[in-house]
Design a protein around this ligand. Structure first.
Ligand code: PHE
Length: 445
């Protein structure tokens, strides 16, 4: 690989990986899934998955990327060639490229809603802000054209940034904007915990009712762990290719996982106190939770309208730093193989994702009544990607690195010694794959 593409210093990788990981998954999806899936029961399984699956898989995924120093598909190819493995392992690369497109299709619709919210704070004179907020979201959803407009805008910007090259465009923006987002989430969290129902939120999130742990809750929590960490599909692998050789993968992954989990929990402590103190709002509303609850908090804050807009600007940016990483693996491959130029490649991929995204748009309005096995188009896309494709990708990553890369290679590259090396090996060969398989089995039972 061209050495100039390798990032300088350790922080660029940390910020880029945190940028990919922290996004709508933390601020929008984690709270709504926790709300729908019984709070504490979901949170505990989620945290266990982050630790038992997220940690080893993220390390292994970065390892593959840094070893191959190419797009995920070609990095896997290099491993196949160097270690004389079966060509079927390439499925790992292709599965990820496809998952990226599918996730982007709905991610962009939701990010589009977030972007539109920059301009729609609740009027200061409104006497019943919670009711207003629920109605506003419902009106928004019922207009396919408005949704398509914002969806198109978001995917357009994503393609533009990726077309320009990830390092220069988004790399610089993330360095400045991510810290601001963290700061604002903390301020908001304190504000709503103080003014809203903090104790109720704490009990809801951390006092698990174990009888609520059902196969569905477990598979949802596992899917969310993969989704939020951006693992199992090549995003982190693609960034691994740009990681300096001397950077410690283990330590870096710990930082990224810590930041990601922190933002998800802070988002929970921002949203639920508001929901619990407004009877018009409900935790069971699904994907509208963020859009219905937060504007209510801003409405009651001094300078709320300004904070409202700043917050949704930052959420849109966090979403952009993730959406870019969704489409990057496939684009990088197209560029490497010289099939099209980077820009042409990303435009074609963007159009495909845009088109599939129309299904998510219509799930809220003209296709609202079309369901297969109780799930609409949007829900099928999320279930297929989060709960099937990403964990399957994760499983393949564990098996590939755990069983087919010689232990000495891994110890050298990952700086592992003694017991830590043994624990890592057991996690990769046994704990993580077995957990994924057991959860798959449990969900199907
Ligand atoms: N982790 C991102 C988020 O939480 C979404 C994402 C998933 C990005 C998979 C890349 C790959 O918003």
């Amino acid at each position: 690989m061209d050495q100039s593409k390798i990032w300088k210093g350790n922080w660029t990788f940390v910020l880029a990986a945190a940028g990919a990981a922290v996004g709508l998954g933390n601020i929008w999806k984690f709270p709504y899934l926790a709300g729908e899936s019984g709070g504490g029961a979901f949170v505990i399984v989620y945290l266990l998955c982050i630790l038992l699956l997220g940690l080893p898989i993220m390390i292994a995924e970065i390892y593959i990327g840094r070893y191959g120093r190419k797009s995920p598909i070609n990095s896997v190819k290099r491993i196949i060639n160097d270690f004389n493995l079966n060509k079927l392992w390439l499925i790992l690369g292709w599965l990820g490229a496809l998952a990226g497109l599918l996730i982007l299709s709905y991610y962009s619709v939701i990010a589009g809603i977030a972007a539109s919210y920059i301009f729609s704070s609740i009027p200061a004179s409104e006497l019943n802000p919670a009711e207003y907020s629920v109605e506003h979201y419902s009106n928004f959803k019922s207009s396919p054209l408005t949704m398509i407009f914002w969806h198109s805008l978001f995917i357009g910007v994503t393609c533009y940034v990726v077309g320009k090259g990830v390092v220069d465009g988004i790399g610089r923006a993330i360095n400045i904007l991510m810290p601001i987002l963290f700061f604002l989430v903390i301020v908001l969290c304190i504000y709503s915990s103080v003014t809203g129902e903090f104790i109720k939120t704490f009990t809801f999130l951390f006092n698990p009712d174990f009888s609520k742990i059902t196969p569905e809750v477990v598979i949802t929590a596992m899917g969310q762990a993969f989704f939020t960490l951006s693992i199992g599909m090549g995003s982190i692998m693609a960034y691994g290719a740009y990681m300096p050789q001397e950077q410690m993968i283990g330590k870096t992954v710990l930082i990224v996982i810590f930041l990601d989990t922190l933002v998800a929990l802070l988002a929970g402590f921002t949203i639920f106190p508001i929901v619990f103190s407004n009877p018009e709002l409900s935790v069971f509303v699904g994907k509208g939770l963020l859009f219905e609850s937060l504007p209510v908090a801003f409405h009651s804050m001094p300078l709320g309208a300004i904070f409202h807009s700043i917050f949704f600007i930052l959420v849109s940016i966090a979403a952009l730093s993730s959406s870019v990483s969704l489409i990057e693996p496939f684009t990088a491959w197209i560029e490497e193989e010289k099939i099209f130029s980077r820009l042409k490649g990303v435009i074609i991929l963007g159009l495909i994702a845009w088109f599939i995204g129309l299904g998510t748009v219509f799930s809220d309005n003209i296709w609202a009544n079309y369901e297969i096995s109780g799930l609409n188009f949007f829900e099928w896309t999320t279930v297929l990607t989060d709960q099937f494709m990403l964990p399957l990708g994760g499983l393949l990553i564990c098996l590939l690195v755990g069983f087919f890369i010689p232990r000495v290679e891994l110890e050298k590259d990952l700086n592992l010694t003694g017991n830590i090396s043994k624990v890592f090996s057991v996690c990769l060969k046994i704990v993580a794959p077995l957990s994924v398989l057991l959860i798959f089995g449990y969900a199907l039972s």
